[in-house]
Design a protein around this ligand. Structure first.
Ligand code: HEC
Ligand code: HEC
Ligand code: HEC
Ligand code: HEC
Ligand code: HEC
Ligand code: HEC
Length: 325
C-alpha cells in the first residue's frame, strides 16, 4: 500500500505540473512540436485511460504484490553481471536490447517495465510484452535448443537451467565440486520443452506431454490468469473439462512419490546432503550415470510443478534415474 500511495502522490504532482506548464504555455509564443512522450502534450485525458480508478493498473499492481517476483529477494544478487540479466529489471532490459549486461548497483526486481513497454506511446500498445522472441536454451546437454512458447518466451529468457560442462552420457567420472552443483533454480522451460535432462537409458521412453507444443503461449496460458503469477485451475478447464485440482490423473502425487524415492537413494549414495534440502555433497567423484541421476532429481525438484509442466518427460527422467542405481 505504501508504494501505491507514493505513486498517487507522484502522479498527482505530475498532473498539477502538467496543468501549470499548459497554463504558462498559453501566454508565450508557440514553441516547436516536442517529441511524443511526457514532455510533448501530457494530456490528462490521455493519461486517464490507464491512470483512473478502474482495474487497468491498480488490480495488476495489487495482484503483483503477491507474486514471487515482488516478494522475493533474488534481485539483490544483481550486482554481479552474471546474475543481473535474470535477477533484475535493469539487467533484463539490457539483455533484450542486445546490450552488454553489467552488474547493477541499485537493482529493482521484475516489475511492470520488465515485461511491458510502459510509457512508450501512451496507448494500449504500451502493454505489449517487452519480448516474445523464441529463446535459445543454454541447457545442460542440449546447448542450442530453441524453444518457442509464444508469449511465454518472455518467461523462458529467465526460467531456464544453466550449462554444465563435463557431464556426458557414458562419459568420464564427474567431480561434484560445490554444494550447489547442478542446474539453476528455474528449470521450467527445459522441463516444458523436454530439453536438458540427462536422458539415461532405462525402462521408460522419453516422450513429451501435450503441454510441450499443445498450449499456445506456454507459461502465460496457465500462470497469467492473475498477475500474482500463481496458476489457477480455471485456466486448465478449457482443455481438461471437470478438472478439480492440479493433481490431474494423479500425476503430481506420482511425481512427488518418485522424487521422494530418488531423494532417499541419492542421500544413501552420499550425493545429496539431507532430506528436504537440495544441497549436494561437495567433493565426491562419481560415474557420469550417478551424477546424471542427481542432475535429473534437481531438474525436476527445482521445476516445482510436480509433473504438470511435462508429465511424460518428468516421469521418464525420474524412473530411469531410479533404475540406474
Ligand atoms: C497505456 C497506459 C498508460 C498511460 C496512457 C499512461 N501511463 Fe503512467 N503508468 C502506466 C503504468 C503501467 C505505470 C507503472 C505502474 C507501476 O509501476 O506500478 C505508470 C506509472 C506512472 C507514474 C509513476 C512513476 C513511474 O514512472 O512509474 C507516473 C507519474 C505516471 N505513470 C504518469 C503518467 C502521465 C502523466 C501520463 C499521461 C501523459 C501517463 N502516465 C499515461 C501506464 C500508463
Ligand atoms: C527477468 C527474469 C524473469 C522473467 C522475465 C520472469 N521471471 Fe519469474 N522469476 C524470476 C526470478 C529471479 C524469480 C525468483 C524471485 C525471488 O525469489 O526473489 C522468479 C520467480 C517466479 C515465480 C515464483 C516461484 C516460487 O518458487 O515461488 C513464478 C511463479 C514465476 N517467476 C513465473 C514467471 C512467469 C509465468 C513469467 C513470464 C510471464 C516470469 N516468471 C518471467 C525471473 C524472471
Ligand atoms: C538464466 C537466468 C538466470 C541467471 C543468469 C541466474 N539466475 Fe538465479 N534464478 C533464476 C530464476 C528464474 C530463479 C527462480 C526460480 C524459481 O523460483 O523457480 C532463480 C533463483 C535463484 C536463487 C533462489 C532464490 C533466492 O534468492 O534464494 C538463487 C540463490 C539464485 N537464483 C542465485 C543466482 C546467482 C548467484 C546468479 C549469478 C551467479 C544467478 N542466480 C543467475 C534465473 C537465473
Ligand atoms: C513477469 C512479467 C509481467 C509483469 C512483471 C507484469 N506483467 Fe502485465 N502482463 C504480462 C503478461 C504475460 C500479460 C498477458 C499478455 C498476453 O496475454 O499476451 C500481461 C497483461 C497485462 C495487461 C492486460 C493487457 C491487455 O492487452 O489486456 C495489463 C493492463 C497489464 N499486464 C499491466 C501490468 C502492470 C500494471 C504491471 C505492474 C504492476 C504488470 N502488468 C506487470 C506479464 C507481466
Ligand atoms: C499447463 C499449464 C502450465 C504451463 C504451460 C506452465 N505452468 Fe508452471 N506450473 C503450473 C502448475 C499447475 C504448477 C504447480 C502449482 C502447484 O502445484 O501449486 C506450476 C509450477 C510452476 C512454478 C513453481 C511455483 C512454485 O510456487 O514453486 C514455476 C516457477 C512455474 N510453474 C513457472 C512456469 C514457467 C516459467 C513456464 C513456462 C516455461 C510454465 N510455468 C508453464 C502450470 C503450468
Ligand atoms: C491448451 C490446452 C491445455 C491446457 C490449458 C492445460 N492442459 Fe494439461 N494437457 C493438455 C494436453 C493436450 C495433454 C495431453 C493429453 C492428455 O493427457 O489429456 C495434457 C496433459 C496433462 C497432464 C498429463 C496427464 C497424464 O496422464 O499424463 C496433466 C497432469 C495436465 N495436463 C494437467 C494440467 C493442468 C493442472 C492444467 C492447468 C494448470 C492444464 N493441464 C492445462 C492440454 C492442456
Amino acid at each position: 500500500m505504501k508504494r501505491i500511495s507514493s505513486y498517487v502522490i507522484i502522479f498527482t504532482s505530475f498532473i498539477i505540473l502538467s496543468a501549470l506548464i499548459t497554463f504558462i504555455g498559453c501566454e508565450g509564443p508557440q514553441g516547436p512540436e516536442g517529441p511524443m512522450g511526457l514532455s510533448a502534450d501530457p494530456n490528462p485525458g490521455q493519461c486517464g485511460t490507464c491512470h483512473n480508478v478502474s482495474t487497468v493498473i491498480l488490480a495488476k499492481q495489487i495482484q503483483y504484490q503477491e507474486s514471487g517476483h515482488a516478494q522475493g529477494e533474488a534481485y539483490l544478487r544483481s550486482t554481479s553481471a552474471g546474475c543481473a540479466p535474470c535477477h533484475s529489471n535493469e539487467g533484463f532490459r539490457m539483455k533484450i536490447a542486445g546490450e552488454e549486461v553489467v552488474g547493477i548497483d541499485n537493482p529493482t526486481p521484475q516489475n511492470c517495465r520488465t515485461c511491458h513497454n510502459i510509457h512508450t506511446n501512451f496507448t494500449q500498445d504500451d502493454f505489449m510484452l517487452s519480448t516474445t522472441l523464441p529463446v535459445e536454451l543454454t541447457g545442460i546437454m542440449y546447448n542450442g535448443d530453441v524453444v518457442d512458447f509464444g508469449a511465454g518466451n518472455l518467461c523462458a529468457n529467465c526460467h531456464q537451467s544453466r550449462p554444465r560442462d563435463g557431464l556426458v552420457l557414458g562419459g568420464d567420472d564427474v567431480k561434484i565440486d560445490s554444494a550447489h552443483w547442478g542446474p539453476h533454480h528455474g528449470t521450467q522451460s527445459n522441463i516444458l520443452a523436454g530439453s536438458g535432462g540427462f536422458e539415461l537409458a532405462g525402462p521408460v521412453e522419453y516422450l513429451d506431454s501435450g503441454h510441450t507444443k499443445g498450449v499456445a503461449d506456454g507459461c502465460v496460458a496457465c500462470h497469467l490468469s492473475s498477475h500474482s503469477l500463481v496458476p489457477n485451475v480455471k485456466s486448465c478447464e478449457a482443455c481438461h473439462p471437470g478438472i478439480k485440482d492440479f493433481d490431474y490423473e494423479g500425476v503430481q502425487s506420482e511425481v512427488t512419490a518418485l522424487l521422494d524415492e530418488l531423494e532417499d537413494i541419492l542421500i544413501e549414495a552420499g550425493l545429496l546432503s539431507e532430506k528436504g534440502d537440495l544441497g549436494t555433497v561437495s567433493g565426491v567423484t562419481v560415474s557420469s550415470t550417478k551424477a546424471g541421476a542427481l542432475l535429473n532429481y534437481l531438474m525436476v525438484a527445482e521445476d516445482g510443478s510436480h509433473g504438470v509442466h511435462n508429465a511424460n518427460y518428468t516421469k521418464a527422467l525420474l524412473k530411469n534415474s531410479i533404475a540406474a542405481f
